[in-house]
Design a protein around this ligand. Structure first.
Ligand SMILES: *Cc1c(COP(=O)(O)O)cnc(C)c1O
Length: 424
């Protein structure tokens, strides 16, 4: 469910026509719907509200879409934040997420990141190795306060998703093998400065089946019982994110948050912990679109190319994950044709779709890439010295630029030429 719909033949974001935004900010640009963001958050929060022994912490996975306006909108709904870097923690705090609603994940946390997160007073560190526990204990000792932490366990469950977004198999870099968890907890306790409050798990992204999640959560439940038997005071279980969303029409419908919530409630019924969730894609994915203008059409033999002014540097998911994005005309005329939709970057990977049946478009027409609210603008680069696409948020009939397009001058001025370069 989202708020991007045709009104009088023109695609709107809520009550704002996309061509009207294009006229003012130029193309390409990202556009997010506040109502969709809020709706997705509320549906998820409601679905899990009854699970666990206390109101859960829904920590939005900032990496999905770290724009300050997006985080602030979710913080206003009561969301916490799941962060994976100092930069994301700073963003979450700046956008108004209370420190005690921030979870710090990631395999490569540095001492500087730990020090800053301890000073801020975050909710919990999710540890991913013994050596990381050593470092955190030292940081906590230096800070003079215990660090609250969970170990992220790797349950060796196949999430059944794309290899590049699967994280819960033994060969992945994430977490500690679940069968070593009791030893890891014992080791971390012996260090003396870590409050081992819980267990965390996250097996992958864009999951379209609840079964692997239920299997993984079952392992977590058994581990919690073992850890308690070992004398650990386990109070939280972080079940990660990963719920998938529909990208392509006709794809099997991913499980609804309600079904996920019921599964969690059933699986975690006897755990007696407060649950933490880290949804990312589910919240922002369908709350955003990328709008691009057709530069020209080109025919190579039998092959028709629609060349647009967005490229792989703006939206990397097709090149990185072979991802499918629905692409349609902002003002469809009713006719269709088959084409490859490509960007201007000098890479064959700069292809958004091949032999796609699509709305017939011509040079100058606007196209929309759906489901571009997660892992999209945030993965953009300036490759080919292209400016980052601006971001816009719409609410009802109002809209604002939430990240402006910078100038070429600013981009180029970020480099500096050493004095000696022309003299050697
Ligand atoms: C990426 C990530 C998430 C969010 O995943 P989604 O598929 O966007 O819900 C949650 N937790 C961790 C640890 C992650 O790395």
């Amino acid at each position: 469910m989202n708020h991007f719909e045709l009104k009088d033949g023109v695609l709107h974001a809520e009550d704002v026509s996309l061509p009207a935004i294009a006229d003012q900010v130029g193309t390409p640009f990202y556009c997010y719907s506040l109502s969709t963001l809020q709706r997705h958050y509320r549906v998820f929060a409601e679905a899990v509200a009854q699970a666990g022994n206390a109101p859960p912490l829904v920590a939005y996975a900032v990496k999905a879409n770290p724009n300050q306006a997006v985080i602030a909108a979710l913080a206003a709904e009561g969301a916490g934040a799941d962060v994976v870097s100092l930069g994301e923690m700073k963003r979450a705090l700046a956008a108004g997420v209370p420190a005690d609603r921030i979870v710090f994940s990631g395999v490569g946390k540095t001492r500087a990141e730990m020090d800053a997160a301890l000073a801020a007073g975050i909710f919990q560190f999710n540890l991913e190795s013994l050596s990381e526990a050593d470092m955190l204990s030292a940081a906590a000792q230096a800070a003079g306060r215990p660090a609250r932490a969970a170990f992220r366990v790797n349950p060796d469950v196949d999430a059944g998703t794309h290899a590049k977004i699967s994280t819960g198999r033994a060969e992945n870099k994430f977490g500690i093998p679940i069968d070593t968890a009791r030893d890891a907890f014992a080791h971390a306790r012996s260090l003396g400065h870590i409050d081992l409050a819980g267990v965390a798990v996250h097996i992958g992204s864009q999951l379209t089946d609840l079964a692997p999640l239920e299997t993984a959560f079952g392992h977590v439940g058994a581990l919690i019982a073992d850890l308690r038997a070992d004398g650990h005071d386990i109070r939280t279980a972080d079940l990660g994110g990963g719920l998938g969303i529909p990208y392509a029409p006709g794809d099997p419908e991913p499980p609804l948050p309600k079904a996920y919530g019921e599964m969690v409630q059933r699986t975690a019924a006897g755990w007696d912990v407060r649950l933490v969730f880290e949804p990312g894609r589910l919240i922002t994915g369908n709350a955003g679109v990328l709008v691009s203008r057709v530069v020209r059409l080109k025919q190579n033999g039998e092959r028709r190319f629609v060349i647009v002014d967005a490229a792989m540097n703006d939206l990397m998911r097709p090149a990185l994950y072979d991802a499918y994005h629905q692409i349609s005309a902002v003002q469809p005329g009713g006719e269709t044709f088959t084409a490859d939709i490509v960007g201007p970057v000098c890479e064959s990977g700069d292809t958004f779709a091949q032999q796609r049946g699509m709305d017939r478009v011509d040079a100058g027409d606007l196209l929309v890439f759906r489901t571009a609210g997660a892992y999209s603008a945030t993965m953009a680069s300036t490759y080919n010295t292209r400016l980052l696409a601006p971001e816009v948020m719409v609410s009802g009939a109002d809209w604002s630029v939430i990240r402006a397009r910078r100038s070429y001058e600013e981009l180029i001025a970020a480099d500096s030429i050493p004095e000696w370069i022309r003299t050697r």
